[in-house]
Design a protein around this ligand. Sequence first.
Ligand code: ADP
Length: 529
Amino acid sequence: MRLPPGVTSADFSDALQQFEAAIGKEWVFTSEQDVDLYRDSYSPFWHEDEEPVPSAAVAPDGVEQVQAIVRIANRYKIPLWTISTGKNLGYGGSAPLLGGSVVLDLKRMDRILEVNDKNHYALVEPGVSYFDLYRHIQDQGLKLWIDPADPGWGSLIGNAVDRGGGRTPMRDHFDAVCGMEVVLPNGELLRTGMGALPNSKTWQQYKYGFGPYITPAFSQSSLGIVTKMGIWLFPEPEAYLTGTVTVPKRDDLKPLVAGMAYLLNSNIVMGTTSVGSPLNFMRADPQLAAMHAKPGGATTEDLEGFLHSRNMGYWSVELPFYGPAKVVQAQWEYAKKRFSSIDGVQFKDGKLHRFPIDPAEVPNFTNSVAVGIPSLGVFGVGGARSNGHVWFSPVVPMTGEAVLEAQKVFTDAYNEFGMPTGPMFFLGPASNYARCFLILFGFPIEHDVEKNRKNRENFKKIVKVAAEHGWGEYRTHTAFMQTVSDTYSFNNHALRRFHETVKDAVDPNGILSPGKCGIWPKSMRKATA
Ligand code: ADP
């Protein structure tokens, strides 16, 4: 059996016995077959000893059991790695960062504790998935929307604490969090926000409570285990409308994004949009390939001419509007007015959907997630040949200039690596988060050691290239947390040193998710520096 680092086999068997006594023998997993289920199926370390495989997994059913596990882990200095449903594919799945950690699997804690349709929020446990909450709301006939992540099988808590995003007006998932219950690394139970007030009537209604606002310290964090979380929901809107804006020239991106930024930042557009170019998806076209292959590559005129000859614009963006039918129609009309000064701009009206939606209509959506219906449709994106991917996800300013620069910088880097830039996972800049673009690139996973080694090196290089241009990642796979953390280095890593100070104070035995986001407990710091 694999052991947690620095733990003797005698101590580990004692600890396992105590885990069994605390939560029941059947919920402590140690067989290779069971533990295998907690490996990352998109691991960039396939067939390599470096793959961080857990030593065991424990699946408690309640807060007291979580506390008991944490106390036992402290006694034997056993590293725990928390997962809610462990579906964080592309960022690490259910596997720990540190091999030999015990996975703390919270998916049995799947109670929906409250859903409020008067003030639009829910209180959930970690094992509640988007599908679970969606079904519950449908069964109760409530006029509420959830905001699912693209694959709906993950949990509200796991996705929010990892600062994932969706597509509706509640798309910034961490921003929608209101109040948490957290088991601290010493086993103590904490409630944040108004939850600190016994019998609080507003735990899910007022975020900040009193004093320093601490809830965000438990996102992308190794400071606590979230056992309950409040999340704001969206009242079912009357209607949803999309409108597509297409512009003919490369440099039209600048006024296009400026218009988008205005509409998003003034809450006229309140959903995820992405700017895309058909060029991203036509790399195999022979005419285009010939243009790229000629000395000096394709010029802007070549590309604009190519697209014009096929009756295509250079860039387009689909704008989503949510609200009363009359309002969304007026918002789209207003948006058209703002873009009308771009020469050659074209507008395409989408269909106006009214809610509640007829279930027969759901398959007509390219992505039902945009109207609050969870789906697994996103797994169609990679196609059958895919072994998965890890996401490279830098944040760039929401300007056309930044997008053009990022596109050039990353395309050059990909060319240097000899990697195709798409079309597989190049999703283009998407604005899940106010005031910036998130670019998502899938780095392919291979079941080939040499290829994975090369891809990992390339990933590290591209993180550095991004940092040199002032762009950092919003989230990353466990394999690259150290690399990304190294780039957030202002003033001799003042932020990381502060994180470490807090980590040492709150988790002196370093039992919780060591290494997460580049933050190591004191006892392990030297070895990894
Ligand atoms: P999901 O349930 O959405 O698939 P995961 O369980 O894969 O999410 O977790 C995503 C990330 O969030 C991981 O880094 C994990 O360590 C962290 N995480 C998940 N659940 C919790 C929790 N209850 N408390 C603290 N961190 C968590």
